[in-house]
Design a protein around this ligand. Structure first.
Ligand SMILES: Nc1ncnc2c1ncn2[C@@H]1O[C@H](COP(=O)(O)OP(=O)(O)OP(=O)(O)O)[C@@H](O)[C@H]1O
Length: 228
Protein backbone atom coordinates (compact mmCIF):
# COMPACT_ATOMS: atom_id res chain seq x y z
CA UNK A 1 0.00 0.00 0.00
CA UNK A 2 2.78 2.39 1.05
CA UNK A 3 4.65 1.61 -2.15
CA UNK A 4 1.62 2.41 -4.25
CA UNK A 5 1.13 5.78 -2.60
CA UNK A 6 4.78 6.68 -3.20
CA UNK A 7 4.24 6.22 -6.92
CA UNK A 8 1.34 8.63 -7.16
CA UNK A 9 2.49 12.14 -8.03
CA UNK A 10 0.14 15.00 -7.12
CA UNK A 11 -1.58 16.26 -10.27
CA UNK A 12 -2.31 19.71 -8.97
CA UNK A 13 1.27 20.49 -7.99
CA UNK A 14 3.42 21.85 -10.81
CA UNK A 15 6.85 20.32 -10.66
CA UNK A 16 10.06 21.77 -12.02
CA UNK A 17 10.94 20.20 -15.37
CA UNK A 18 14.13 22.05 -16.24
CA UNK A 19 16.40 24.31 -14.28
CA UNK A 20 19.25 26.51 -15.51
CA UNK A 21 21.92 27.26 -12.89
CA UNK A 22 24.54 29.99 -13.21
CA UNK A 23 24.67 29.88 -17.00
CA UNK A 24 27.26 31.97 -18.78
CA UNK A 25 28.15 31.98 -22.44
CA UNK A 26 30.15 34.00 -24.96
CA UNK A 27 31.27 33.85 -28.57
CA UNK A 28 33.05 36.96 -29.81
CA UNK A 29 31.48 38.88 -26.96
CA UNK A 30 29.82 37.93 -23.66
CA UNK A 31 26.16 37.06 -24.18
CA UNK A 32 24.99 36.32 -20.66
CA UNK A 33 26.40 35.76 -17.21
CA UNK A 34 25.16 33.69 -14.27
CA UNK A 35 21.62 33.21 -15.51
CA UNK A 36 19.24 31.17 -13.34
CA UNK A 37 15.72 30.09 -14.08
CA UNK A 38 13.22 27.23 -13.84
CA UNK A 39 10.39 25.99 -15.96
CA UNK A 40 7.55 23.94 -14.46
CA UNK A 41 4.92 21.62 -15.85
CA UNK A 42 2.12 23.45 -17.69
CA UNK A 43 4.17 26.63 -17.72
CA UNK A 44 4.95 28.75 -20.77
CA UNK A 45 7.95 31.05 -20.74
CA UNK A 46 8.91 33.54 -23.42
CA UNK A 47 12.33 35.07 -23.95
CA UNK A 48 12.55 38.39 -25.74
CA UNK A 49 15.47 40.75 -26.37
CA UNK A 50 17.31 42.65 -29.07
CA UNK A 51 18.66 40.92 -32.14
CA UNK A 52 22.07 39.49 -31.25
CA UNK A 53 21.43 39.48 -27.50
CA UNK A 54 21.80 35.69 -27.42
CA UNK A 55 18.22 34.37 -27.26
CA UNK A 56 18.75 31.56 -29.78
CA UNK A 57 22.06 30.67 -28.16
CA UNK A 58 20.32 30.41 -24.78
CA UNK A 59 17.62 28.19 -26.28
CA UNK A 60 20.28 25.98 -27.87
CA UNK A 61 21.95 25.59 -24.49
CA UNK A 62 18.68 24.85 -22.67
CA UNK A 63 17.65 22.29 -25.28
CA UNK A 64 20.89 20.26 -25.03
CA UNK A 65 22.37 21.37 -28.35
CA UNK A 66 25.18 23.61 -27.13
CA UNK A 67 27.34 23.23 -24.05
CA UNK A 68 27.54 26.51 -22.11
CA UNK A 69 30.89 28.04 -21.16
CA UNK A 70 29.83 27.50 -17.56
CA UNK A 71 26.75 26.52 -15.59
CA UNK A 72 24.34 23.59 -15.50
CA UNK A 73 21.05 22.55 -17.05
CA UNK A 74 19.30 20.23 -14.63
CA UNK A 75 16.78 17.78 -16.09
CA UNK A 76 15.58 14.74 -14.08
CA UNK A 77 18.02 15.75 -11.31
CA UNK A 78 21.04 15.56 -13.59
CA UNK A 79 23.11 18.09 -15.50
CA UNK A 80 22.41 17.50 -19.22
CA UNK A 81 26.01 18.17 -20.15
CA UNK A 82 27.36 15.62 -17.70
CA UNK A 83 25.31 12.80 -19.22
CA UNK A 84 26.70 10.13 -21.49
CA UNK A 85 26.11 10.84 -25.17
CA UNK A 86 23.52 8.08 -25.46
CA UNK A 87 21.53 9.28 -22.44
CA UNK A 88 21.54 12.81 -23.81
CA UNK A 89 20.39 11.60 -27.23
CA UNK A 90 17.52 9.67 -25.63
CA UNK A 91 16.32 12.73 -23.73
CA UNK A 92 16.57 14.87 -26.85
CA UNK A 93 14.69 12.28 -28.87
CA UNK A 94 11.99 11.38 -26.36
CA UNK A 95 11.44 14.30 -24.01
CA UNK A 96 12.50 17.44 -25.88
CA UNK A 97 10.52 18.95 -28.72
CA UNK A 98 12.72 21.35 -30.62
CA UNK A 99 11.04 23.74 -33.06
CA UNK A 100 13.62 25.93 -34.74
CA UNK A 101 13.54 28.27 -37.71
CA UNK A 102 15.10 25.67 -40.01
CA UNK A 103 12.40 23.04 -40.32
CA UNK A 104 14.48 19.84 -40.46
CA UNK A 105 11.78 18.07 -42.44
CA UNK A 106 12.77 15.18 -44.70
CA UNK A 107 12.39 16.85 -48.06
CA UNK A 108 12.23 13.78 -50.31
CA UNK A 109 9.16 12.53 -48.42
CA UNK A 110 5.49 13.47 -48.19
CA UNK A 111 4.03 15.45 -45.28
CA UNK A 112 2.37 12.30 -44.02
CA UNK A 113 5.64 10.28 -44.16
CA UNK A 114 7.30 12.99 -42.09
CA UNK A 115 4.65 12.55 -39.41
CA UNK A 116 4.90 8.76 -39.56
CA UNK A 117 8.62 8.96 -38.88
CA UNK A 118 7.83 10.80 -35.63
CA UNK A 119 5.35 8.09 -34.63
CA UNK A 120 7.90 5.35 -35.31
CA UNK A 121 10.32 6.96 -32.90
CA UNK A 122 7.77 7.61 -30.19
CA UNK A 123 5.18 4.84 -30.65
CA UNK A 124 2.53 7.59 -30.50
CA UNK A 125 -0.34 8.01 -32.96
CA UNK A 126 -0.68 10.94 -35.35
CA UNK A 127 -3.30 13.24 -33.84
CA UNK A 128 -5.76 14.16 -36.60
CA UNK A 129 -7.38 16.83 -34.44
CA UNK A 130 -4.00 18.52 -34.16
CA UNK A 131 -3.56 18.48 -37.95
CA UNK A 132 -7.02 20.01 -38.37
CA UNK A 133 -6.29 22.67 -35.80
CA UNK A 134 -3.09 23.58 -37.61
CA UNK A 135 -4.98 23.53 -40.92
CA UNK A 136 -2.61 21.12 -42.64
CA UNK A 137 -4.75 17.99 -42.81
CA UNK A 138 -5.34 18.55 -46.54
CA UNK A 139 -1.63 18.69 -47.52
CA UNK A 140 -0.63 15.32 -46.09
CA UNK A 141 -0.09 13.62 -49.44
CA UNK A 142 2.01 16.42 -50.85
CA UNK A 143 5.79 16.36 -50.91
CA UNK A 144 7.44 18.61 -48.36
CA UNK A 145 9.08 20.62 -51.16
CA UNK A 146 5.65 21.48 -52.56
CA UNK A 147 4.40 23.02 -49.31
CA UNK A 148 4.49 26.74 -48.61
CA UNK A 149 6.94 28.00 -45.96
CA UNK A 150 4.12 28.43 -43.45
CA UNK A 151 2.74 24.95 -44.14
CA UNK A 152 6.21 23.45 -43.66
CA UNK A 153 6.49 25.32 -40.40
CA UNK A 154 3.15 24.00 -39.15
CA UNK A 155 4.04 20.49 -40.32
CA UNK A 156 7.27 20.60 -38.34
CA UNK A 157 5.32 21.76 -35.27
CA UNK A 158 2.83 18.90 -35.76
CA UNK A 159 5.73 16.48 -36.10
CA UNK A 160 7.33 17.68 -32.89
CA UNK A 161 4.04 17.47 -30.94
CA UNK A 162 3.33 14.00 -32.34
CA UNK A 163 6.21 12.57 -30.35
CA UNK A 164 4.64 13.97 -27.14
CA UNK A 165 7.62 15.91 -25.71
CA UNK A 166 7.79 17.05 -22.06
CA UNK A 167 9.39 20.37 -22.99
CA UNK A 168 8.93 22.34 -26.21
CA UNK A 169 11.75 24.68 -27.18
CA UNK A 170 10.50 27.01 -29.90
CA UNK A 171 12.57 29.62 -31.71
CA UNK A 172 10.29 32.02 -33.61
CA UNK A 173 7.76 29.24 -34.37
CA UNK A 174 5.40 31.74 -35.97
CA UNK A 175 8.00 33.60 -38.02
CA UNK A 176 6.53 32.73 -41.44
CA UNK A 177 2.91 33.01 -40.48
CA UNK A 178 0.16 35.60 -40.78
CA UNK A 179 -1.31 36.93 -37.53
CA UNK A 180 -4.32 34.61 -37.39
CA UNK A 181 -2.32 31.49 -38.18
CA UNK A 182 0.36 32.53 -35.68
CA UNK A 183 -2.36 32.71 -33.02
CA UNK A 184 -3.63 29.26 -33.98
CA UNK A 185 -0.11 27.87 -33.58
CA UNK A 186 0.30 29.53 -30.18
CA UNK A 187 -3.08 28.25 -29.00
CA UNK A 188 -2.11 24.77 -30.16
CA UNK A 189 1.12 24.94 -28.17
CA UNK A 190 -0.63 26.29 -25.04
CA UNK A 191 -3.29 23.61 -25.32
CA UNK A 192 -0.65 20.92 -25.74
CA UNK A 193 1.29 21.84 -22.60
CA UNK A 194 -1.89 21.90 -20.50
CA UNK A 195 -3.14 18.53 -21.70
CA UNK A 196 0.24 16.82 -21.52
CA UNK A 197 1.64 18.38 -18.36
CA UNK A 198 4.48 19.71 -20.50
CA UNK A 199 6.20 23.12 -20.72
CA UNK A 200 7.00 25.66 -23.42
CA UNK A 201 10.08 27.87 -23.75
CA UNK A 202 9.55 30.34 -26.57
CA UNK A 203 11.95 32.80 -28.19
CA UNK A 204 10.17 35.49 -30.17
CA UNK A 205 10.34 39.08 -31.40
CA UNK A 206 6.58 39.34 -31.31
CA UNK A 207 5.70 40.92 -27.97
CA UNK A 208 1.97 40.21 -28.38
CA UNK A 209 2.70 36.50 -28.48
CA UNK A 210 5.38 36.69 -25.79
CA UNK A 211 2.90 38.34 -23.43
CA UNK A 212 0.50 35.43 -23.76
CA UNK A 213 3.00 33.23 -21.91
CA UNK A 214 2.84 32.77 -18.12
CA UNK A 215 6.24 34.40 -17.74
CA UNK A 216 8.15 36.84 -19.94
CA UNK A 217 11.91 37.27 -19.65
CA UNK A 218 14.09 39.81 -21.42
CA UNK A 219 17.71 39.06 -22.24
CA UNK A 220 19.50 42.36 -21.72
CA UNK A 221 22.85 43.52 -20.30
CA UNK A 222 23.99 39.90 -19.84
CA UNK A 223 21.01 39.14 -17.59
CA UNK A 224 17.62 37.53 -17.93
CA UNK A 225 15.12 39.96 -16.41
CA UNK A 226 11.68 38.74 -15.45
CA UNK A 227 9.15 41.20 -16.93
CA UNK A 228 6.06 39.22 -16.07
N1 LIG B 1 27.97 29.10 -33.36
C1 LIG B 1 28.34 30.36 -33.24
N2 LIG B 1 29.62 30.72 -33.38
C2 LIG B 1 30.00 32.02 -33.20
N3 LIG B 1 29.17 33.01 -32.90
C3 LIG B 1 27.87 32.71 -32.77
C4 LIG B 1 27.38 31.37 -32.93
N4 LIG B 1 26.05 31.38 -32.72
C5 LIG B 1 25.70 32.65 -32.44
N5 LIG B 1 26.79 33.45 -32.48
C6 LIG B 1 26.82 34.88 -32.19
O1 LIG B 1 26.20 35.12 -30.93
C7 LIG B 1 25.45 36.31 -30.96
C8 LIG B 1 24.04 36.04 -30.49
O2 LIG B 1 23.37 35.24 -31.47
P1 LIG B 1 21.91 34.68 -31.24
O3 LIG B 1 21.47 34.03 -32.51
O4 LIG B 1 21.89 33.86 -30.01
O5 LIG B 1 21.08 36.01 -30.95
P2 LIG B 1 19.52 36.27 -30.96
O6 LIG B 1 19.22 37.13 -29.78
O7 LIG B 1 18.78 34.99 -31.07
O8 LIG B 1 19.37 37.11 -32.30
P3 LIG B 1 18.14 37.26 -33.33
O9 LIG B 1 17.04 37.89 -32.54
O10 LIG B 1 18.70 38.15 -34.37
O11 LIG B 1 17.81 35.89 -33.84
C9 LIG B 1 25.55 36.86 -32.38
O12 LIG B 1 26.56 37.85 -32.39
C10 LIG B 1 25.99 35.65 -33.19
O13 LIG B 1 26.78 36.03 -34.30
Amino acid sequence: MGEQLDNISPITEHTTLLEAKNLSHEFDYKLFENINFKVKTQESISIIGMSGSGKSTLLNILSSLLKPKSGEIIYNNKDLYELKKKELLNIRREDFGIIFQAHYLFRGFSASDNLKIATLLSQEEVDNELLKKLNIEFVLNQGVGELSGGQQQRLSIARVLTKKPKIIFADEPTGNLDKDTAQIVMDTLFDYIKKNDAALILVTHETDLANQCNKVYKLENLQLKELK
